[in-house]
Write a protein that binds this ligand. Structure first.
Ligand code: BJW
Length: 234
């Protein structure tokens, strides 16, 4: 029977690829307070600090060291072999889902390899460092480029498409996300209200774990391929 699946991924998805999560003890925000780097106000107050934070993370993506792990590969396989449709909504700004072969990926919190011009609102691919003197490749304005990411207080991307998919799905799975940040943390409730089966795959139960009908605990690189085998075998 054809099925409709929505998968939400978070930082835990990429942890085994060597990309730090946000809130774990060795996470990205051990060294940076969120309000210092992940708000529009922080960027306005200290653009150099924010550019340095994102430049370092961008270099990690482009220096050839990080690569998709078994969980990314399994979700790409699920998309291609499923008799039905799959929307992969990721909160991650890395490109590891695409590198693993996933095609229907929605980056609701933006993408690290793209930058946005605050003067003309264009979004351009940027693989190198960005700083206060970077020119917009579209309008030529200097000093108005910012990371194409969604900070606290900003509206996540693709919400209409996500809400429509959640209303129609019959399976909703969340992988490696702590359930701290909304609206993503509320997707499970929307999917359940629409009648979907809901499953959490995580190293530890998330803040919204009790909203899920099923939980599978373990590293994403182990539990996601097992779950995908079961879904495709069913
Ligand atoms: C493993 C693993 C392994 C480890 N295997 N698992 C009060 C109440 C409710 C909401 C609000 C409120 N006050 C304000 C709000 C809204 C606010 C919000 O949620 N604030 C909270 C702090 C309360 N949200 C917003 O402002 C959002 N916008 C918004 O709401 O607009 C209004 C609107 C919505 C909808 C329609 C229309 C209008 C914007 C949020 C933007 C978040 N941005 C960031 C930064 C992005 C750029 C960047 O990457 O730098 O997104 S913050 C950061 O958190 C990042 C992440 O995507 C996001 C979620 O983090 P994630 O992925 O869950 O990571 P961690 O570290 O928290 O968890 C890791 C998990 O992995 C853990 O569970 C581990 O167990 C697990 N793990 N290793 C499997 N090997």
């Amino acid at each position: 029977m054809a099925r409709s699946i929505v998968i939400l991924t978070g930082a835990g998805m990429s942890a085994e690829s060597g990309i730090a999560t946000f809130r774990d003890s060795d996470g990205l925000w051990e060294n940076h307070r969120p309000e210092d780097v992940a708000t529009p106000e922080a960027f306005a107050a200290d653009p150099d600090l924010v550019h340095r934070f994102y430049n370092a993370r961008r270099r990690q993506l482009t220096d050839g060291v990080v690569a998709p792990n078994a969980a990314h590969v399994a979700l790409a396989r699920l998309e291609h072999e499923l008799d039905g449709d799959l929307l992969l909504v990721t909160q991650n700004i890395d490109d590891l889902h695409e590198r693993a072969g996933s095609a229907n990926v929605l980056h609701m919190h933006g993408e690290l390899l793209r930058s946005r011009c605050r003067a003309c609102d264009s979004v351009s691919e940027f693989r190198g460092d960005v700083d206060a003197s970077t020119r917009c490749p579209v309008c030529g304005t200097e000093g108005e480029m910012r990371p194409h990411v969604v900070w606290f207080g900003e509206i996540p991307l693709g919400m209409d498409q996500i809400f429509t998919a959640l209303e129609r799905c019959d399976v909703f799975a969340a992988v490696g996300t702590s359930g701290n940040v909304y609206p993503a943390a509320g997707f499970v409730q929307m999917a359940r209200a629409a009648g979907a089966h809901t499953v959490e795959l995580n190293l530890e139960p998330s803040w919204v774990n009790t909203d899920f009908e099923e939980t599978r605990l373990g590293p994403a690189g182990t539990v996601v391929p097992q779950w995908v085998d079961e879904v495709l075998g069913a």
